[in-house]
Write a protein that binds this ligand. Structure first.
Ligand SMILES: [Zn+2]
Length: 264
């Protein structure tokens, strides 16, 4: 083969690799249960941890945050019991997220398990709680959220159908849906400080293993479900680097649905 041909072939391979990189392998990073300013902007002292917002910014990654409506009330700093005032309210944090190009979506107002709530208070209460969460977000961002992740992915079929009729797209782990549209449950809420099952050293690997299992089934697009937790923020840089090295590109959930959802 002449050197020109070698050059042409490798250029073509490079181009093909470029196409695969930009169009085929996608990750939508999502974080539930915030805003928690102490996770987003980092903490000092005993609980020192990296700022999740800085990690995302440094890596040029735009993410999607499924926030809880009650937090988006004045003078709310984070957690009811363990809240740490880092000088930024939840509303300030939400505004900053939007300003930095991240997306805010609905994780209900009360963060109550919806099927149990429906049994006790009726379906209208459930619909009301989802809408109240959406209104709290709209008050901050000016835009109506389109996506809902029910707490623990639990919701009755009736409530699901009625919310879909209202225009919500519900995130799910249900097997009735195409794999590419099923959330990957990172199980990061089990990453407590002393977790034996998920030691610190293997947390990134545990997530990558799930990604690899989906790749084996021919799926190269993934919605990764995390929580706004300091333990999660601590591994995010390493995880992003690993996924980038495997050719993944990071998009917001809206972009993901445009690129992936529309084709399924
Ligand atoms: Zn949650």
């Amino acid at each position: 083969m002449s050197s020109y041909k070698v050059f042409a072939v490798s250029a073509l391979l490079f181009l093909n690799a470029g196409v695969a990189f930009s169009a085929d392998k996608l990750i939508a990073l999502t974080f539930d249960d915030g805003p928690r300013p102490y996770v987003l902007f980092g903490t000092k002292g005993d609980h020192a941890g990296p700022s999740l917002v800085n990690v995302l910014d440094d890596n040029g990654v735009k993410a999607t945050f499924f926030v809880v409506g009650w937090r988006l009330t004045p003078k709310t700093w984070g957690e009811r019991r363990y809240e740490e005032n880092v000088g930024i309210t939840c509303i300030d944090a939400a505004e900053q997220l939007v300003r930095r190009g991240h997306e805010l979506e609905d994780h209900t107002y009360s963060h109550i398990e919806l099927r149990g709530a429906e049994r006790k208070r009726g379906e209208q209460w459930v619909i009301g709680d989802v809408n109240r969460g959406a209104e709290a977000i709209k008050a901050v961002t000016g835009t109506q959220p389109h996506y809902l992740r029910p707490p623990d992915w639990i919701i009755s079929d009736d409530a699901r159908r009625d919310l879909e009729q209202q225009g919500y797209h519900l995130l799910t782990i249900s097997r009735g849906n195409p794999l590419a549209l099923r959330d990957v449950n990172s199980l990061d809420y089990l990453w407590t400080k002393d977790s034996v099952e998920y030691p610190k050293t293997s947390r990134v690997d545990a997530v990558l293993k799930q990604v690899e299992q989906r790749e084996k089934r021919g799926v190269y697009t993934h919605i990764l479900a995390f929580h706004e937790l300091s333990t999660t923020a601590a591994v995010m840089s390493e995880l992003i680097a690993n996924l980038k090295a495997r050719g993944y590109r990071f998009v917001t959930l809206s972009e993901y649905m445009q690129l992936v959802g529309a084709k399924l």
